[in-house]
Every structure is written in C-alpha cells, then in structure tokens.
Design a protein around this ligand. Sequence first.
Ligand code: BEZ
Length: 218
Amino acid sequence: MTTIEEPEVRAALPRLNEPAPAFEAVTTHGKLRLADFEGSWLILFSHPADFTPVCTTEFIAFAEIYPELQKRGCELIGLSIDSLYSHIAWVRNIEEKAGVKIPFPVIADLDRKVATAYGMVMPGESKTEASRCVFVIDPKGILRAIIYYPLAVGRNMDEIVRLIDALKTGDEHHVATPANWRPGDKVVMPAPNTTELADERAGEGLECIDWYLCKKSL
Ligand code: BEZ
C-alpha cells in the first residue's frame, strides 16, 4: 500500500510594516502581552533551546547590549519552546557559571502559539525548535524589521543595536541609511521621483554621485 504524505502546513510569516501579531504569554517575569510594550521599541527574539552552547553565548551577549537598547527606548524579550522551569533553571545557571544576570523576560512558548504566529519554526531546520529570529517592533506595534539566522550561527549584537539606530534615525529625519552605516555617518536622501526634482538636486549642496544617490550629514 502506498502512503500519501500529508502536505506540509506552512505558517504565514509576519510581514514588514504590518501590525506585529498580538500575544499573551507566560514568561520568566510573569504574564506579558505585546500590548504591555506599547510606547517603546521592542525586540522579540527566539532561540532554539535552553542549555545549549550557542544560545548561551547569545543570552550573555543580549544581556550585555540590554543597557544600550534601554538607552534607545527599546525593550527585549526572548522566547523558546521550552518550559518556564527550564528557562528559570537556565538563567540561574548562566548567572552562577558566567556571572551574567539575564535582565529581560523569556517567553515559555510550550504551546507554540507565539512561535507559530511569528513563523519562528523552520521545519527544514528543526520541527521542534524555533530558529534564531529577531523581530523589531516599533512603539505603535508595527513590525519594522525581521532577521532570521540558522541554528548553528550566533547573531551579531552590534548589528541589532545598529538596526535600532538606523530605524530611529530614518523615522526622525525621513532618510534612509546606506550600507554599513553607523550613527554619525552621512545618510541617504530619498531618490527624487520627478525629473524636475532630479534637476533641482544639483543645487542642494548634497554629496551626490548622481541624481539618484545623494548623501547628507544630519
Ligand atoms: C546551540 O545553541 O548551540 C544550538 C542549539 C540548537 C541547535 C544547534 C545549536
């Protein structure tokens, strides 16, 4: 008898510039909802599993950038498909063995409700663990950036802080940021969308390589 394989049910992935999926979740800091973070930036990140080596290096690194994120009005919340008691034991272990206190809450997503809503599980990598995802949610609850990393590669914390700086700078000054931009570097002006505006560019005292790519200092 031939067996017919069930078609894989693919979760819809969240999309940029749309409201981030609402959640209410059990965390190491008690019950938390997405709405509790309204008014501040939020980084929601997932990790595959507690008590694993790369994840432990990431947790220590996230704890290290937490003060920098807070200076920028940004909160941090972790998630994995592990139990609350596993999370509590792991963060206590990190403090005991590495001397690093984990200051942010961690969601215990055993029923996978949050992981499914955010498309954190990549079955091609692991059917039971969340991949290394980062979701940046703005103070109005809009999803502004998504980073997905595979299980075997730890994330770059400088890039996460840089991403927050770039998003906030873009919002504040209505500009874009070029490759490898760092705070203090020149920013990119939106490209003109009429020939008339393109002609006017020449007189604006900008640093241009051509009409469509002009930079300015803030
Ligand atoms: C780790 O954190 O080391 C890890 C976790 C899941 C899969 C592979 C690596």
